[in-house]
Design a protein around this ligand. Structure first.
Ligand code: SAM
Ligand code: SF4
Length: 354
């Protein structure tokens, strides 16, 4: 019985020893029952590190000077997608800093169409390109994208305000509106949070789980906050004792708890074992798979740009290959079972013309 209250979820998040082991076992069993036995792969294409935003934690923020800026060519994007298709990955994710020019929007629209064409419409296409207008989300959806990842970062408006600049480009309410707009445009909607942010409490994390439940999300990608040298939040966090090996390991363990608890609360959604887990521990992503995650995103960006997509320190440039020894579902898009059920209900209730 899941207690859907802040106190009930907090208690699960704080569990230790054999209670925690039971929690992980339950999450793994539920994953297999509700989301399938295997792991789905999404080839991650880090399209560009140019960003109009200035999130205080992120290594590719607009004012960051430590990365060389790049944008992939069409050929580089299509080669990566072709690779994913040939290898039977099932899906790709196109991710970038936030850009809103018509040139950018039209380019993504065209590339999404071309990725669809090269795979006879079979390769799943997820976008993670920040906040955009409803019209833009509609154009990309129409071009063939069908999943979208937009983390809320923290569902606490106060904490959100502390990790972002205080201006109109970094507005909590706009972020929530963007998530609602994605749902209306027919995407499988993914969100997530960072775990271990300065000042974040276990009650905040419990509320994050309830936020995701309330939003009825289809997918989740959440990971530990990892300091990125040169960013304002890293300086602040380190002054508070953050960023040490011990603290990073605590965040990793809490991220695993969050994954297990979310799996128990929302058994049929897709949950990613995120890259930041592997930045802290080589086996981090593997452990996430063992306590409820069912999606892994191998990096397919060209080698020469990978180090410039440096969101945080020690970001791994390749996947822990042990994950591919798990039962991987090759050649399947791996759509969210949660989404499929919701669509079926909408169809049966006459929401769509028959
Ligand atoms: N620009 C888009 C956006 O913000 O939605 C997509 C790319 S952004 C780099 C993807 C995610 O990276 C963000 O949602 C954020 O959670 C994560 N990220 C950025 N800096 C991070 C850090 N220092 N530690 C952990 N995750 C970080
Ligand atoms: Fe830009 Fe996304 Fe990084 Fe924020 S998190 S600075 S929007 S790339």
């Amino acid at each position: 019985m899941v207690h859907l209250s802040v106190a009930g979820i907090r208690e699960m998040l704080e569990s230790t020893g054999s209670v925690r082991e039971d929690l992980f076992r339950q999450a793994l069993r539920l994953k297999k029952e509700a989301a399938g036995e295997g792991i789905y792969l999404r080839g991650l294409i880090e399209f560009s590190n140019v960003c109009r935003k200035n999130c205080l934690y992120c290594g590719i923020r607009r004012e960051g000077t430590r990365v060389g800026r790049y944008t992939l060519t069409d050929a580089q994007v299509l080669d990566a997608a072709q690779y994913a298709w040939r290898k039977g990955y099932g899906s790709v994710v196109l991710q970038a800093g936030e850009q809103v020019s018509e040139g950018f929007i039209a380019r993504i629209e065209r590339l999404v169409g071309e990725i669809g064409d090269l795979s006879n419409g079979e390769l799943g296409i997820t976008l993670s390109l920040g906040e955009q207008s409803a019209v833009t989300y509609r154009r990309w959806r129409k071009a063939g994208a069908h999943r979208y990842l937009l983390r809320i970062e923290s569902s606490s408006p106060e904490l959100y305000a502390r990790i972002h600049p205080d201006d109109s480009r970094h507005c909590y309410e706009d972020r929530v509106r963007a998530l609602e707009s994605l749902r209306k445009e027919g995407y499988q909607v993914g969100t997530g949070v960072m775990i271990g942010l300065p000042g974040q409490t276990t009650s905040d994390l419990a509320r994050d789980i309830l936020f995701m439940k309330r939003l009825d999300i289809d997918m989740c990608g959440m990971g530990p906050y990892v300091e990125c040298a040169g960013t304002p939040l890293a300086a602040y966090s380190e002054a508070q004792g953050g960023g040490t090996k011990e603290v990073l390991h605590e965040r990793l363990e809490m991220t695993l708890n969050m994954i297990a608890v979310l799996r128990i609360v929302m058994p049929d959604i897709n949950i990613a074992a995120t890259t930041a887990l592997q930045a802290i521990d080589a086996g981090g992503r593997l452990r996430a798979v063992e306590c409820g995650a069912n999606v892994v995103m191998p990096n397919l960006s060209p080698q020469e740009v990978r180090e410039n997509y440096a969101l945080y320190d020690n970001k791994p440039l390749a996947l822990d290959s042990r994950i591919l020894e798990q039962s991987v579902c090759y050649g399947e898009r791996g759509d969210s079972q949660h989404f499929k059920k919701r669509e079926k209900t909408a169809w049966n209730s006459g929401k769509y013309p028959k």
